[in-house]
Design a protein around this ligand. Structure first.
Ligand SMILES: [Zn+2]
Length: 182
C-alpha cells in the first residue's frame, strides 16, 4: 500500500458515487505516458456516455461533478459553413453527398440555414445527453449526434453527424454526414 494506491482508491470511490445521468468535467493529470487522457481534459461528459474510466492502471484523472450544461450559457456548438459550401455541396469533394442533400431539397443556397439548424439541434441534444461517445482521433474526443432534417413535404431524414468535443462544453462539427440513422 502506498500513496498511489490511496489516491487511486479515492478517485475510484468518487467515480462510483456518480449516477449515470450526472455530468462531469474530466480533469487529466499531465503526464508523458502517450495515453488519451489529455484529450479529455476539460471536456464535459454525461456519465453514461463518457470514455472508459479509469483509462489505464495508475490513471490519475479526476472527474469533477458539474451542473448539466445549458445551451448557449455553459455549452456552445460551432459549425464552419464550409462544411456545406466547401464539402457537401462542393462539386469535387462531395463524394455523392451533394446529390443526397439535393434529393432532400437542399442546395448550396441553404448552407447558412443548415449551419444554424445543425448548431441548434446539436447543442440541445448534447446538453440533454442525447449523444454517443465515439472514441478519439489524433485531435481529441469525438461524439455522434443525430440531426433531423425535414424537407418541404414533411419527410424526415435522421442522419449521423460527428462532432469534436472541445473543452468547457464546446462542440465543433467535424463530419456533417456520416450515414443514416434508422
Ligand atoms: Zn488518466
Amino acid at each position: 500500500m502506498g500513496l498511489l494506491n490511496e489516491i487511486a482508491e479515492k478517485l475510484l470511490k468518487n467515480f462510483l458515487s456518480l449516477k449515470e445521468d450526472d455530468w462531469i468535467e474530466w480533469i487529466a493529470q499531465p503526464n508523458d505516458w502517450q495515453d488519451d487522457c489529455d484529450k479529455f481534459n476539460g471536456c464535459y461528459f454525461i456519465v453514461k456516455q463518457m470514455p472508459k474510466y479509469p483509462q489505464h492502471p495508475r490513471c490519475q484523472c479526476q472527474l469533477e461533478k458539474i451542473a448539466k450544461p445549458k445551451p448557449y450559457i455553459t455549452a456552445n456548438a460551432t459549425c464552419d459553413i464550409r462544411k456545406f459550401t466547401g464539402y457537401i455541396f462542393d462539386e469535387e469533394k462531395n463524394k455523392g453527398k451533394k446529390k443526397l442533400f439535393e434529393s432532400w431539397g437542399y442546395t448550396i443556397e441553404d448552407s447558412e440555414y443548415l449551419q444554424k439548424l445543425y448548431i441548434s439541434q446539436a447543442i440541445q441534444k448534447y446538453c440533454n445527453g442525447e449523444y454517443r461517445y465515439a472514441g478519439v482521433n489524433d485531435y481529441g474526443a469525438k461524439i455522434n449526434i443525430i440531426i433531423t432534417l425535414t424537407n418541404q413535404g414533411g419527410v424526415k431524414q435522421h442522419i449521423n453527424t460527428i462532432w469534436k468535443l472541445g473543452q468547457k462544453g464546446n462542440i465543433d462539427l467535424a463530419t456533417p454526414y456520416s450515414g443514416h440513422s434508422y
